[in-house]
Design a protein around this ligand. Structure first.
Ligand code: UDP
Ligand code: GLC
Length: 385
């Protein structure tokens, strides 16, 4: 390769390590370093900034939306109104970051999540960089959908989405590209030891957020326990979002588990830095989001570790799970069907093991992070040429 590296600025909406932030981290670490010099703007100190710095990625920590960062899907209009007080701060930050972009000079801005995208729309007034909006959520039912449509048609050169399900929200837009997320298949790999007769463990992994359906998991756990009393249930993850409506959820779930007589059967691990290590201890992973899942990295991570999955139908899960082959799909919010599916797989270890092997093979072909990165490099090349 000759010539200098293209300077790319990724902007993250979140500062912890949920799915979208893991994508930022994978790209920052994986993009060809001689061709792309990646900088990342994150809204606060946290696990994402720590991981980026540990990987030697230039990281700017700027609370670019001020108190607007606390706004989320559960915020009230009153909270939105009070965030307006941050507008002078936002305006100053846009000017300061625009100077950074122009002086570096950054040639391409890759914005993940709605706050990063709205911020990039402000930057676009002052900079000439190309802009990608990487949409990690379903937006049509969100209150800023109208605003998104107006800006989304003008500001970015391209919308990047992780699944055909998310792309369907933008039917007719023309500038939408689907690149599925991938995972590191060396890191997420099956345990070399066959789990034969160890304890049977069913895990649910992900941020503790009401829409992820932990309550359905607990209801299903109660039903499963009546039939298979030796099964352990793990809830892996924490309240990583500081947007309104997330605090106190873990306490609520712990009380709910106790109320259902599951205190000794359900373990809350908190945030786990090494998810692969936990996955290798599991017989089964359950993903029971109540709302459609835009992608669902944990499904791919579990399958990469050779663990079969049970997911709720809707969103991208039908693209990610091959029903009956790498896992099972059940209707959202239906604890009874979920319990039946868990029992069916736990009672048939041979079928589960076969599903785990098929899952690994499927993920190797469809969700390799190296393939994702290669496609994004090609996209950058085409936008920058
Ligand atoms: N995760 C993690 N530690 C935990 C729980 C989850 O690192 O304790 C990671 C998990 O490995 C996955 C991400 O968080 O990469 C969750 O991504 P997903 O796309 O499944 O859902 P999201 O939370 O982004 O909606
Ligand atoms: C968001 C979505 C999740 C997706 C992740 C990465 O956090 O909720 O489904 O896997 O982004 O694209």
């Amino acid at each position: 390769m000759s010539g200098r590296a293209s300077q790319i600025l990724h902007i993250s909406t979140g500062g912890e390590l949920g799915g979208a932030e893991r994508v930022v981290l994978d790209l920052a670490r994986g993009l060809h370093r001689e061709r792309f010099q990646v900088h990342v703007l994150v809204p606060r100190h946290g696990r994402l900034a720590e991981a980026l710095r540990a990987a030697g990625i230039p990281t700017l920590v700027v609370e670019y939306w001020g108190r607007g960062h606390r706004l989320g899907r559960y915020s009230s209009w009153r909270e939105y109104a009070s965030a307006l007080l941050s507008l002078p701060h936002v305006a100053r930050t846009i000017r300061a970051l625009a100077r950074f972009v122009n002086e570096t000079p950054i040639e391409l801005i890759h914005a993940h999540g709605i706050k990063a995208q709205a911020f990039s729309a402000g930057l676009a007034l002052f900079v000439r960089a190309r802009i990608i909006w990487h949409v990690h959520d379903f937006l049509r039912h969100r209150r800023f959908w109208r605003g998104f449509q107006v800006l989304g048609r003008r500001v970015p050169d391209l919308l990047l989405v992780p699944s055909r399900a998310v792309a369907r929200e933008f039917a007719g837009w023309g500038n939408v590209l689907v690149i599925p997320n991938g995972v590191d298949l060396q890191h997420f790999s099956p345990s070399p030891l066959q789990r034969a007769d160890g304890p049977r463990r069913v895990g649910m992994l992900g941020a503790l957020a009401p829409w992820k359906g932990h309550e359905v998991f607990l209801r299903a756990a109660e039903r499963v326990s009546r039939i298979l009393p030796g099964v352990e249930f793990l809830i892996v993850g924490d309240e990583i979002y500081d947007t309104t409506g997330h605090r106190g959820f873990r306490r609520r779930l712990e009380r709910e588990a106790a109320r259902r007589g599951l205190a000794s059967r359900v373990r809350f691990t908190g945030f786990c830095a090494d998810v692969a290590a936990i996955l290798r201890e599991l017989s089964l992973v359950v993903h029971c989001s109540l709302d459609p899942e835009p992608f669902g990295r944990v499904l791919v991570e579990a399958m990469a570790c050779g663990v079969p999955v049970i997911a709720t139908r809707g969103g991208a899960t039908e693209e990610i799970v091959r029903e009956g082959e790498t896992g099972l799909l059940v209707p959202p919010g239906d604890a009874e069907r979920l319990a039946e599916a868990i029992i069916a797989l736990l009672q048939d270890p041979q079928r589960s093991a076969q599903m785990g092997r098929s899952a690994r093979a499927w993920v190797e072909g469809a969700f390799d992070v190296r393939a994702q990165i290669r496609r994004i490099e090609e996209l950058y090349d085409s936008l920058l040429s």
